[in-house]
Unconditional design. Structure first.
Length: 232
């Protein structure tokens, strides 16, 4: 089994552009921190937005990889968590739940039966690839609570405990930094001109966020291997 998943390797590859922006900001800071303040600020803000987007993409790709391995390895559905099936069809199920009137409900039930009924069985493996874009729906914010909830869709409920064991005293500061990244990104998206970091602050943030993703890859990969199949 490889040390890291393809999803994590893709994540580290994409970080190149974040490092590029941060390095440029650092160079500008050394040259003329006052005269280049606006450019440094813009480069660091752009780095934060990209970094957050790459973390979000990594978590989604980790989930997509897991669904793909479940299908290709013929994992029998009776071994899978019931909540995984819900998230396969969450969009339709939630529409049915929020619909009133017998005719309208019946129409949505027909959509469910026609499109998703073959997934909903505990017998044998999945007959076709699980639609990852539907499974991922609703996950668009890589704050720790959201990441933990996303991984729990697979039945993985020990994420926080496993991080604590793996990282020890670094676990909570790592989680705090991830949440801080998301908060800063959100403030930038809402136009807050003060939402930025220095190049050194950004370097520290990148290092800690990479540690979070790397450790997530390890603990979730170990759980999948022990429960179902290898994903790395």
């Amino acid at each position: 089994m490889a040390r890291y998943s393809d999803a994590y390797r893709a994540f580290t590859s994409r970080l190149g552009e974040v490092h590029l922006l941060r390095t440029k900001a650092e160079q500008q800071e050394r040259h003329d921190p006052i005269g280049n303040a606006d450019e440094i600020n813009a480069l660091c803000r752009g780095s934060i937005v990209l970094l957050c987007s790459h973390v979000e993409a990594y978590i989604k790709e980790l989930g997509e990889l897991t669904l793909d391995r479940f299908y290709k390895n013929g994992i029998t559905r009776d071994s899978l968590s019931e909540r995984l099936f819900y998230h396969i069809s969450k969009d339709v199920v939630d529409e049915i739940k929020d619909t009133s009137g017998s005719d309208a409900i019946a129409k949505k039930l027909f959509v469910f039966v026609n499109n998703d009924s073959e997934f909903w069985s505990k017998n044998g493996p999945f007959p076709k690839q699980i639609p990852s874009e539907r499974f991922n729906k609703g996950f668009s914010n890589p704050a720790f609570k959201k990441v933990r909830g996303y991984l729990a869709r697979f039945g993985y409920d020990k994420f926080k405990n496993d991080l604590d064991v793996k990282l020890g005293a670094k676990a909570q500061p790592t989680i705090n930094m991830l949440n801080h990244l998301v908060t800063t990104r959100n403030n930038i998206a809402h136009g807050d001109p003060t939402a930025t970091k220095t190049p050194q602050d950004l370097k520290d943030m990148i290092n800690v966020v990479v540690l979070f993703c790397r450790t997530t890859d390890q603990v979730f990969g170990d759980w999948c291997r022990d429960q179902y199949c290898a994903i790395r």
